[in-house]
Write a protein that binds this ligand. Structure first.
Ligand SMILES: Nc1ncnc2c1ncn2[C@@H]1O[C@H](COP(=O)(O)OP(=O)(O)OP(=O)(O)O)[C@@H](O)[C@H]1O
Length: 751
């Protein structure tokens, strides 16, 4: 048991510390590296040279060792507390980025640091943070002294662990502020007592907006890890709002494997003559040397076959698989889990609960398994036991994204391998990677060893109706992810074999993809071309059953659509949740939500009941189970579809009749409105207005007209909704009367 320290020894320790701080300050100031110099280019210190304060015994003259050429942590002007923490973490020799940046950062300069993935950038900013606050003798009453911002919650958690290790012997208080945690009220009570905050942008801004007396006015050091990501358009508004509340006099450290050089970005952070430290700029490759990278063409419809075969062939490996959407991750995970490949499977994406996310992350750190993930795991994460393989099933959005994804393997001194699946239309990506110094080898897929999985998936979808929904959503969100990509040289949704892709997921019919139809429509309008369309996009000619039964783009799906839009939309600051899942503060103006009304929805899901009254998937009734396998008789299936088509045709006929009648009524209403004139309409509006002031009444009117946004399938329906929202009561006049009136109107117009 440790004996409590006596008052005298505590006093002695304090004096020693004050002395140490004075020496550190003097040492740092006297041996500052020249601004713009590269410490990595200097010769290392001689092994037996004295370190720190050197007193000449003869003349009593005091000098300090040069720290710019330091290669080991103990050669740096840092406190004993930090040195002990580093030793505890097993850190002795510095990595290149640490050698190059720490001397500049310790003397208070702003840093723009770039180095390959897994090269030790975290310590390059954690050490200066601890040292700055230590030298300033920061205490609990001083409040927030440093803020470290990370783009994802998992990465923030990991940074917090590093801070805890290296800062173990310091007395600062530190807090992890990330979205998705329920204890925000507890956080609010304590956040003002914390000295170091590690946070995701959304949660930090939430505290700035909502926590009473939240004060960052004394901030000393701001750190942006994965700086290019935090500075990009997705976080733009949030970051601008954060920075506007921070003092301008501070040190700013930016680190990433793919650093931003945009002057505009840097201006937003008001950096002062930053040191641009890019240790691997002249390196032959942009990725770690121990990483073996391959790419191969995999047609879209074979991706799952290839992935399944790959997993089956690497059952003893730790594999990280990247897919482009949460719903794809969910579907592939659930489907492969049911097919039991013989290795534990896990999945990670931004729509999972925070505790589950952290649980999965730490489980994957500990064990050999396959983790299916979105880009939420692409940056910064350092999985304890090395990842053997990174498999990119869906093409990354750009070169930077590729570099971060593959960077989850081959970290520090370990090796690793990666494979990228490219569809034939995505081959341009290979050129872009090679141009960006990514040494990637193109290989041919060995199709002989391919284990087709789509038939198994079809059977699964019949057996588990929920899986069918998941597959449909995966299908649509994948197409949408391609559709919204910025780089149209690589991503062209019109080149995808969507029917084959749908079949490869086990889907019996290709789901309707509304945004593709819209794209098709607008293309036709702009080109004013005749109706020559590729077969793959001709969804209108699909059998009626495909339209009705498999229509899956419902309101729920809009959530996922947002997920994708986050990638390139600047709306992170205005939506409710970003990829990190952070809740955006309510004080900002919320964008008016477009309400999607799916006119087909009531018949979108066909519910069939078995004899006991349980719901069943329509095709499940036709399936037969022979020797444990589920089989569908093709004739029965065809017959079933034929019957359904006929039924639907009949319903369709009736619907069309009704629809025509409704449209006629709408046209009448419109003309009526025109005739009655704006004056009458305004009067009606004023009657409703109870605001009292003219200005407000005006604003109210505007609001009334623009408040409701509808998204409907047909222009006609939009017209109908607009008419209704303009307050015209369709019941107040009969159809016959309306027709008569319209005729009169027309006659008077032509006479
Ligand atoms: N000086 C060092 N000595 C030994 N190990 C180190 C040293 N510096 C860092 N490491 C280890 O190297 C691994 C990668 O470090 P880190 O996570 O900081 O990389 P990074 O450059 O931030 O990567 P990324 O770009 O992917 O975020 C970690 O496991 C870390 O503990």
């Amino acid at each position: 048991m440790r004996r409590p320290k006596s008052r005298a020894s505590r006093k002695q320790q304090k004096n020693n510390e004050v002395q140490e701080i004075d020496i550190l300050k003097e040492w740092i100031e006297s041996q500052k590296p020249e601004s713009g110099s590269n410490p990595l280019a200097l010769d290392p210190l001689k092994s037996k040279s004295p370190i720190g304060r050197i007193v000449d015994p003869e003349s009593d003259a005091v000098s300090f060792s040069s720290y710019a050429g330091a290669r080991k942590f103990y050669e740096l002007p840092i406190s004993k507390r930090t040195k002990n923490g580093l030793e505890r973490g097993g850190f002795k020799k510095m990595t290149d980025i640490q050698v190059a940046s720490l001397p500049h950062a310790l003397c208070g300069r702003d840093i723009l640091g770039a180095a390959k993935t897994g090269s030790g950038k975290t310590l390059a900013f954690v050490i200066p943070v601890l040292e700055k606050l230590h030298r300033e003798r920061w205490g609990p009453e001083d409040g927030v002294g440093s803020i470290i911002i990370s783009p994802t919650r998992e990465l923030a958690g990991q940074l917090f662990d590093v801070l805890k290790t290296v800062g173990k012997y310091h007395t600062f208080s530190a807090g992890l502020l990330i979205g998705g945690r329920k204890d925000v009220d507890v956080e609010k009570e304590r956040v003002n007592e914390l000295n170091i905050l590690i946070c995701t942008p959304g949660r930090l801004l939430q505290h700035m907006d909502e926590t009473p007396n939240f004060d960052c006015s004394q901030l000393q050091v701001l750190v942006l890890d994965e700086a290019d990501r935090i500075l990009d358009i997705g976080f733009k508004k949030t970051l601008n709002a954060i920075v506007s509340q921070l003092p301008k006099r501070r040190q700013t450290l930016l680190f990433s494997a793919t650093q931003t050089k945009s002057v505009q970005d840097l201006a937003r952070l008001s950096l002062k003559d930053p040191e641009y430290i890019s240790v691997h700029e002249k390196a032959v490759t942009a990725t770690p040397n121990r990483l073996q990278q391959t790419a191969m063409i995999v047609p879209l419809e074979q991706k799952l076959d290839m992935l399944w075969s790959f997993i089956k062939a690497h059952l003893k490996s730790k594999i990280l698989v990247f897919l482009s959407s949460c719903k794809e991750v969910k579907f592939v995970f659930e489907a492969f889990k049911k097919l039991r490949p013989g290795i534990p499977l896990k999945c990670l994406h931004g729509r999972m609960k925070q505790e589950v996310r952290l649980g999965i992350y730490s489980q994957f750190c500990e064990s050999r398994s396959v983790l299916f993930s979105t880009d939420v795991a692409s940056r910064g994460l350092d999985f304890n036991q090395a990842v053997d393989w990174v498999v990119q099933v869906d093409c990354p959005e750009d070169v930077a994204s590729y570099i971060h994804r593959v960077g989850r393997t081959a970290r520090y001194l370990s090796g690793g391998r990666s494979i990228l699946f490219l569809t034939p239309s995505e081959m341009k990506m290979l050129e872009k990677l090679q141009a960006a110094k990514v040494p990637i080898q193109f290989i041919k897929a060995n199709t002989k060893r391919l284990e087709p999985v789509s038939k198994l998936l079809s059977a699964l979808l019949v057996k588990y109706p929920d899986m069918q929904q998941l597959a449909q959503r995966a299908f649509i969100t994948y197409l949408r992810s391609i559709y919204i990509q910025k780089d149209k040289e690589i991503f062209d949704v019109t080149k995808l074999p969507i029917d084959d892709y749908s079949a490869s997921l086990g889907l019996p019919m290709t789901p309707k993809v509304r945004f593709l139809n819209q794209k098709k429509k607008s293309k036709n309008e702009s080109e004013k071309s005749t109706l020559v369309e590729s077969k793959t996009l001709d969804m209108e000619n699909e059998p009626a059953i495909a339209k009705e039964e498999l229509l899956v783009e419902d309101v729920k799906d809009n959530k996922e659509d947002k997920d994708f839009l986050l990638k390139d939309a600047p709306d992170l600051g205005e939506g409710n949740a970003n990829e990190t899942g952070d809740i955006m503060p309510a004080t900002r103006i919320l964008k008016k939500k477009k309400l999607k009304i799916n006119v087909h929805r009531p018949v979108g899901t066909r519910v069939v009941f078995d004899e006991e009254g349980n719901t069943q998937a329509p095709l499940a009734m036709l399936a037969e189970k022979t020797s444990g396998e589920i089989q569908l008789d093709q004739d029965k299936k065809n017959e079933y579809y034929k019957k359904m088509r006929e039924e639907l045709k009949q319903v369709d006929k009736e619907d069309k009749l009704l629809e025509r009648q409704r449209l006629r009524e709408n046209r009448m209403k419109k003309k009526m409105k025109l005739k009655k004139g704006q004056r009458e309409y305004d009067e009606g509006d004023e009657e409703d207005d109870i605001s009292g002031s003219e200005g407000e009444a005006d604003a109210n009117k505007k609001r009334k007209r623009s408040k409701i946004y509808f998204h409907s399938d047909s222009e006609d329906e939009k017209e109908e909704i607009k008419a209704d929202s303009a307050g015209i009561n369709a019941d107040s006049i009969s159809l016959a009367e309306q027709e008569q009136l319209a005729l009169k109107l027309l006659n008077s117009m032509h006479s």
